[in-house]
Design a protein around this ligand. Structure first.
Ligand SMILES: Cc1cc2nc3c(=O)[nH]c(=O)nc-3n(C[C@H](O)[C@H](O)[C@H](O)COP(=O)(O)OP(=O)(O)OC[C@H]3O[C@@H](n4cnc5c(N)ncnc54)[C@H](O)[C@@H]3O)c2cc1C
Length: 450
């Protein structure tokens, strides 16, 4: 990407991975970019914080070599040396037993005793549907999935698979990736995590997933604690109002990328049509609470985490052994374990004090993984409770059709473009790729001719 008509000034609202990627690609093309971020740190849902020597990922924690746009960005930014291999082995709990599966090698799924032979034969339908969906899936813009978005994941699993695959594969996938039950998720949405997860090894960064946004921030101009309140455009440019510490600022620029979660967009972009406004406001982001324990000794477990199907626990969604993500997550010889919960548990606990959340989290762990809970009780020296009001986007059946109508309604020549996981699905690489697309759209039109 090179600028054909000289450098322009672009404002990016939001320093999550979507905004930071758009900013990096625009700078790389020769433009001057200012990023406005309402928090005092970059990263959004791709953030790692340090606590007592532990690196705690607050949101995203798992990255894959299937994330080709991310790997390319790391290379282009001279950050490829940050990439560390990571494990892609997950355990699934069934009747008190953990079945370990290496998602990098799907052939292992044929041998696993997690599923009966009958289910393995039925899974051929899943592979067929996945193959049909694959050409329609595009990381930065999932509107192509509209073509096959005809039913919810529960109806699809009953029709095409069987109860065992619904309970021990589709339900944990929907809960894990969307924090929602299969009936509340589009069937094509349930296929997307498989498309994104299977067949590739995982990678990570020693100091946590937030490394990427943090290192990009070192190359960009970021205004912290800067909350955008209004972004509008006219024939000669964009006008951005933003606030810091109660003071209002007004900046004119040539273009703007708005990279905040979808439902927040209508609050700051008044020039949306009524339909666009309705669509964005109705997007359903599910809240999340993560409880992460720092441990004087790591539990002995090679997997990255255990998934807990709803049949095995109504509260606990899973645990991750974050010290297995990379060496740098925990101080030498120590362990870092996170507990993840279903939406109903999160709803009940969202407003509770941290002490109550931690006690109830340990209670849920004790019921499902008594040995692990005992280990945490014996070795805990640190705990972080993090709440996300808007964690993961759950798109219902037909949600990709609505997405397609929305993306078609965006004027490609507009000086305001959008980026974020709401244009795709909730994954770092999807948000990143949407940031690249926003930068490309601005390059192709608004920044080229004015
Ligand atoms: C609990 C959890 C677990 C996840 N696990 C994974 C995982 O393992 N792997 C994976 O790939 N993905 C995972 N994801 C999904 C992934 O983190 C997100 O899809 C992705 O990071 C979204 O990036 P984004 O830039 O679109 O949005 P965000 O990260 O939300 O960034 C938006 C930014 O905009 C800022 N902002 C908002 N309003 C304003 C304003 N008015 N003015 C200025 N700034 C503003 C926000 O503060 C934020 O920094 C997870 C997410 C969560 C929450």
């Amino acid at each position: 990407m090179t600028s054909e008509s000289g450098p322009k000034h672009v404002i990016v609202v939001g320093a999550g991975i979507a905004g930071m990627t758009a900013a990096f690609r625009l700078e790389q093309a020769g433009h001057t970019v200012t990023v406005l971020e309402q928090e005092d740190r970059v990263g959004g849902r791709m953030t790692t914080v340090e606590r007592d020597g532990y690196r705690v990922d607050l949101g995203a924690l798992w990255l894959s070599y299937n994330y080709t746009a991310m790997v390319r960005l790391l290379t282009d930014a001279g950050l490829a040396a940050e990439i560390q291999p990571s494990t892609n082995v997950w355990g699934v709990l069934r009747a008190g037993k953990i079945h370990r599966l290496d998602f990098s090698r799907p052939s292992g799924l044929v041998r696993t005793r997690l599923f009966s032979w009958k289910s393995k034969l039925k899974a051929i339908n899943l592979l067929r549907d996945l193959r049909r969906a694959t050409p329609l899936l595009q990381w930065g813009d999932m509107s192509g999935a509209a073509e096959i978005d005809v039913e919810n994941a529960d109806d699809w699993a009953v029709r095409r698979l069987n109860e065992e695959l619904l309970d021990y594969l589709i339900e944990p996938l929907c809960s894990g990736y969307f924090l929602a039950e299969p009936r509340d998720v589009s069937a094509v949405g349930a296929l997307i995590p498989l498309w994104a997860t299977l067949k590739a090894p995982a990678f990570n960064f020693d100091a946590g997933v937030g490394t990427l946004t943090q290192l990009l921030a070192e190359r960009l101009r970021v205004e912290y604690a800067a909350s955008a309140t209004r972004v509008s455009e006219d024939a000669s440019g964009v006008h951005v109002l933003w606030q810091r510490g109660g003071r209002e600022h007004s900046t004119r620029a040539d273009a703007c990328v708005v990279a905040v979660p979808g439902p927040n967009v209508p609050r700051i972009v008044p020039q949306l049509s009524e339909r666009q406004r309705e669509y964005l406001s109705a997007l359903r982001y599910i809240p999340d609470i993560r409880v992460t324990f720092g441990l004087r000794r790591p539990p002995t477990e090679p997997a990255l985490g255990f998934l807990v199907p709803c049949r095995e626990s109504r509260d606990l969604l899973g645990v991750t052994f974050n010290h297995n993500l990379s060496q740098g997550r925990a101080p030498a010889g120590k362990g870092l374990v996170a507990a993840h919960f279903r939406g109903s548990w999160t709803g009940k606990h969202f407003a509770s004090d941290d002490d109550v959340v931690i006690a109830d989290a340990l209670h849920a762990l004790r019921e499902t993984f008594p040995d692990l809970a005992e280990h945490i009780d014996a070795h805990q020296e640190m705990c972080v409770v993090h709440r996300w009001e808007q964690a993961l986007l759950a798109r219902p059946a037909h949600g990709y059709r609505s997405l397609s109508q929305f993306t078609r309604s965006i004027n490609p020549d507009s000086r305001i473009q959008f980026a974020g996981d709401f244009l795709s699905y909730s994954a770092t690489n999807a948000a990143l790729a949407s940031g690249e697309l926003a930068a490309e759209h601005l390059q192709a039109a608004a920044l080229k001719y004015n």
